[in-house]
Unconditional design. Structure first.
Length: 153
């Protein structure tokens, strides 16, 4: 006695033995996770993938119109370069390389700081969105595939 797990990893059925498997099914001796729980985990991973795609797409800052990388590490590097320029008494960022690897020179520090804040706000907004969507998916009151599927980026 065991369980035939469908190729989608969500649906399963009881079987007498491995010889009862149909094409694409795998055999398990233990009861699989409930299909909806497994489906929810896949949906939560999809939301995380969508979050990273959004972040990796860059962000156009309104202060300068420059599109920048906006992963948290990129924002931290930009902030560190800003801090260094400020500590050195500079009034401009000597060099900024944008999302498309275009070099921009002599960006006023006030503009650079505004860009950093915008990038940080964008990252934080997307991160909060990701966490909220994942929480909606994992809510115990969400019990069907259509309910899960309705939660999208």
């Amino acid at each position: 006695m065991g369980y035939a797990i469908a190729a989608d990893g969500i649906n399963w059925r009881r079987v007498e033995s491995e010889s009862d498997l149909q094409a694409g099914e795998t055999f398990s001796e233990s009861i699989p996770e409930t299909p909806i729980d497994h489906y929810k985990l896949k949906a939560a991973k999809r939301i995380t993938t969508d979050f990273f795609a959004e972040i990796k797409a860059g962000f156009v800052t309104t202060q300068t119109g420059i599109k920048m990388d906006c992963d948290i590490a990129d924002i931290q590097r930009f902030k560190s370069a800003y801090d260094l320029a400020e500590l050195k008494g500079q009034t401009v960022m000597p060099v900024i390389v944008d999302y498309d690897n275009v070099v921009h020179t002599d960006i006023p520090l006030t503009d650079a700081l505004a860009m950093i804040l915008e990038l940080g706000d964008h990252y934080q907004t997307q991160y909060i969105k990701k966490q909220n969507l994942r929480a909606q998916i994992m809510d115990p009151l969400v019990t069907t595939k259509p309910e899960v599927d309705a939660i999208v980026w």
